[in-house]
Design a binder for this molecule. Sequence first.
Ligand code: NAD
Length: 240
Amino acid sequence: MDGKIERLQGLIDGAERIVFFGGAGVSTESGIPDFRSVDGLYNQKYDYPPEEILSRSFFDRYPDEFYRFYRDKLIVRGAKPNAAHEYLARLEKRGKLRAVVTQNIDGLHQAAGSKNVLELHGTLLKNYCVRCGRRYEADFVQNASETPRCPACGGIVRPDIVLYEEGLDQDVLSRAVTEISRADMLIIGGTSLAVYPAAGLIHYFRWPHLVLINKSPTPMDSMAELVIAGKIGEVFSQLR
Ligand code: NAD
């Protein structure tokens, strides 16, 4: 075990109310691309930048384009939880971790067995008709070859994710604030901390044990007690 991993293990052993705050980098080792890495979605060429395609006004105007991107890049069929998701689920089971606050929309924390997962940006696993509100499973949307339409009313079916220009769910937001402000250790991992208001939530953490695990530097590195530059699945797989 190298020195930093050993220190992280010591902090985890001493903590009782850990909260994990993560983003797309947690799922890259499961084969789902993030946005801002060199091979991430922002560095690939589309007719429009990803944040425009994933905005509410774009979805309303060009649902077919939105769904082309969705099928191409957002949905990764067969993606499985990796060592990072699995370690966090184990920490929760052991009573050490109180919550996973995630910007991810892929459902992999729950697939690994985590229970208290606060999905700030919603989930691709739930979908609803924008006209009548009927709910649909992910398969219904993923199996559609074109823009999925509600069989009952003909309205467009959309994933229950927070698009750019839309507000975050107030209940999820306030639960995340509560968990973070009560935590005695906050582990931030796999996020550029560039997407607001989600990234702003970490400022509700008041205790000293702030740990950052990320492949590239973040704006919060100077605030952290411990910064580990590496792959989060590889880091977590060295821990008890
Ligand atoms: P981001 O793409 O802005 O940043 C990802 C960060 O993770 C980068 O700093 C990168 O260096 C780091 N990283 C990549 N792989 C890593 C690994 N294996 N270990 C440690 N660090 C790693 O992602 P973000 O901050 O989450 O913000 C992007 C937004 O995009 C979020 O709102 C999220 O909803 C959405 N998104 C979600 C998914 C998903 O659900 N899996 C995928 C792409 C984008």
